[in-house]
Design a protein around this ligand. Structure first.
Ligand SMILES: NC(=O)C1=CN([C@@H]2O[C@H](COP(=O)(O)OP(=O)(O)OC[C@H]3O[C@@H](n4cnc5c(N)ncnc54)[C@H](OP(=O)(O)O)[C@@H]3O)[C@@H](O)[C@H]2O)C=CC1
Ligand SMILES: CC1=C(/C=C/C(C)=C/C=C/C(C)=C/C=O)C(C)(C)CCC1
Length: 317
């Protein structure tokens, strides 16, 4: 198999870094990785994760997905502008009641998560169409399928990504191009830390007391627990993403977290759309004790499974 050129956005941390490192370290050297980030001062973690591979199977380049010139300069610096696999990963989160968020903050989320992808494709799609080959892999989210309490604008940005890609995929087929949306649930990365810290210091004075209490005492209170119980690692998501890249007929959608799929299945199960909303409502407001007990149970199972794995024992079934 000829070496594939892969360009990835947002490689300073988290999922982007994990995908870049996984591909760069591939024993069969099947990939030439262009790992990009908007701030090259943040490249140390990626360099540490790819020791011995920099300048060989990986190069680091600057790219800010909110700046067309930055994207153009980066893509033009790649030999023949040839990209076989494009991974649109760069993204930011935002949580909280909308009455406490500024329009500017919301625009940054849309500008990065949605228009970032649009800008990237405006620059790279014509080349792929001309060559009639290419795979566009987009790190979307379960929130591209289903909204979650206090994630209104973030979910909107991922819904926008999904609608855009669903439309484009039809045209892409004509040019023999593939599009794949990777849909992780919670992943323990900088994203989780940043979003939680911003939520904790949010000025809630513009919200009524009931909303502010709901955000603080339900959402933020359960946030860490959800990531500990249902969360995946960035390496796990990278493993799924590499499999999708290597598959001969890559799927259009791929959810990475089997613990989360029961929730997203609710969306597909009810054309009226009430089932997921009612279920989330009940989980949060009526059966919160059962919900928390289930999360604690999952946490315990995972802790026990990790412990026996660490001791070199076979994992429990
Ligand atoms: N963590 C999670 O629970 C989930 C995350 N996702 C998605 O995964 C993707 C990666 O997030 P994750 O790894 O978790 O989070 P991280 O915060 O660890 O990584 C996000 C990356 O995006 C970069 N980035 C942000 N804005 C820009 C920009 N304008 N131009 C270029 N790069 C930018 C960040 O750079 P910098 O360091 O400079 O800020 C960073 O490298 C995102 O699209 C996110 O929506 C999906 C599902 C779940
Ligand atoms: C499961 C669940 C909750 C939270 C889920 C979270 C916090 C998911 C985070 C997903 C992320 C971060 C995706 C990123 O793209 C609630 C609403 C507390 C209660 C109802 C059940």
């Amino acid at each position: 198999m000829a070496q594939k050129t892969v360009l990835i956005t947002g490689c300073s941390s988290g999922i982007g870094l994990a995908i870049a490192a996984k591909l760069a370290r591939d024993e069969q050297k099947r990939f030439k990785v262009y790992a990009t980030m908007r701030n090259l001062a943040k490249q140390d973690d990626l360099i540490a994760a790819t020791e011995g591979y920099l300048g060989k199977t990986m190069e680091i380049k600057e790219m800010d997905v909110c700046c067309e010139d930055s994207i153009r300069n980066c893509v033009s610096s790649i030999p023949d502008r040839h990209i076989d696999i494009l991974v649109s990963n760069a993204g930011v989160g935002l949580i909280g009641p909308i009455e406490c968020q500024t329009i500017e903050e919301m625009k940054t989320v849309m500008d990065t998560n949605f228009f970032g992808l649009v800008r990237l494709l405006k620059e790279t799609l014509p080349d792929m169409k001309r060559r009639k080959s290419g795979h566009i892999v987009i790190i979307s989210s379960v929130m591209g399928i289903q909204g979650i309490l206090f994630n209104d604008v973030y979910a909107a940005s991922k819904f926008a990504v999904e609608g855009f890609c669903e439309s484009l995929a039809i045209q892409a087929l004509k040019f023999k191009l593939h599009l794949s949306l990777i849909e992780p649930g919670p992943v323990v990365t900088e994203f989780e830390r940043k979003v939680f810290e911003d939520g904790m210091k949010m000025d809630l004075s513009a919200a009524d007391k009931e909303t502010a209490d709901m955000f603080t005492n339900i959402y933020l209170k359960n946030y860490k627990s959800i990531f500990q119980s249902l969360g995946q690692t960035a390496e796990d998501v990278a493993e799924h993403t590499m499999k999708i890249m290597l598959s001969e007929n890559p799927p259009f959608r791929h959810q990475t977290n089997t613990l989360y799929t029961p929730m997203t299945t609710l969306k597909y199960a009810d054309p009226n759309g009430d089932l997921p909303i009612d279920t989330f409502y009940k989980m949060v407001f009526q059966h919160d004790k059962i919900f928390n007990a289930s999360l604690n149970f999952i946490k315990l199972l995972r802790w026990r499974s990790k412990k026996s794995f660490d001791l070199g024992k076979p994992q429990p079934q």
